[in-house]
Write a protein that binds this ligand. Structure first.
Ligand code: SF4
Ligand code: FES
Length: 225
């Protein structure tokens, strides 16, 4: 029996109007996110047998987003954020038939980020959103790895570094790794997504040699024109 079964049982026997969101009951749709005994988890993937039953089990809605009713949060802010991230922009095709060539290892690197089920548990546990409510300045771990999947894609030529540093607030993340710990599909959010991004931002904006090289290159490009 999982926590979602218990909630359905309560709905059936005691509180017909108890609101909860779910869809797959298989850890795939990301709908049933909640805080179980204070920990962000999927209700359908948390077995009652794993929880201490010598005291009452608490089930609450996520704290980082407004509550609509009972266990249902309004997570629409996340979809607004997603729209702001620069879209995939592939380089021109490599072959005359309009196809591209990619190394398997480059694809493997971004595949991990595509496992995300958008449960937003990582957003919920992130202290920048949860405790400081800085939704207007920080996009959160979910969208840092969404941007990582685009930015590290071998065909993508868009540059999101400036957007990440300014509008998306990557500097607010101080790598506590709670997001990685709660991710139900085990994405290494911090090590494989956020840290490489932070290094990119540092190289781009704070490395004096990199800055000098880019300045010289811009100057020589201008002279060539
Ligand atoms: S990265 Fe993991 S925790 Fe965050 S939204 Fe995706 S699946 Fe959920
Ligand atoms: S009901 Fe789909 S992830 Fe829980």
């Amino acid at each position: 029996m999982v926590v979602l079964d218990a909630v359905h049982d309560i709905q059936r026997t005691q509180a017909g109007d108890l609101a909860c969101r779910w869809n797959c009951k298989a850890g795939k749709c990301g709908s049933c996110s909640a805080e179980i005994n204070g920990m962000p988890k999927l209700m359908c993937m948390t077995r009652l047998s794993e929880l201490p039953i010598d005291k009452p089990i608490t089930i609450e809605p996520m704290k980082a987003f407004p509550v609509i009713k009972d266990l249902i949060n309004d997570v629409s802010w996340n979809f607004q954020v997603k729209k702001q991230i620069k879209k995939f922009k592939p380089r021109p095709p490599d072959a005359p038939d309009g196809t591209w060539r990619m190394a398997q290892e480059d694809i493997d690197r971004v595949q991990e980020f595509r496992k995300c089920i958008e449960c937003f548990l990582c957003q919920d546990v992130c202290h920048v959103l949860r405790d400081h409510q800085m939704h207007d300045r920080f996009i959160g771990p979910r969208f840092l790895i969404y941007a990582a999947a685009l930015e590290m894609h071998p065909l993508d030529v868009e540059d999101r570094t400036e957007q990440l540093r300014n509008a998306h607030g990557i500097g607010y993340c101080n790598i506590t790794q709670f997001c990685t710990k709660v991710c139900p599909v085990n994405i290494e959010i911090t090590d494989n997504g956020i840290i490489p991004f932070k290094e990119r931002v540092v190289d781009r904006f704070y490395d004096p040699f990199g800055w000098l090289w880019r300045w010289l290159k811009r100057k020589s490009d201008r002279l060539k024109r």
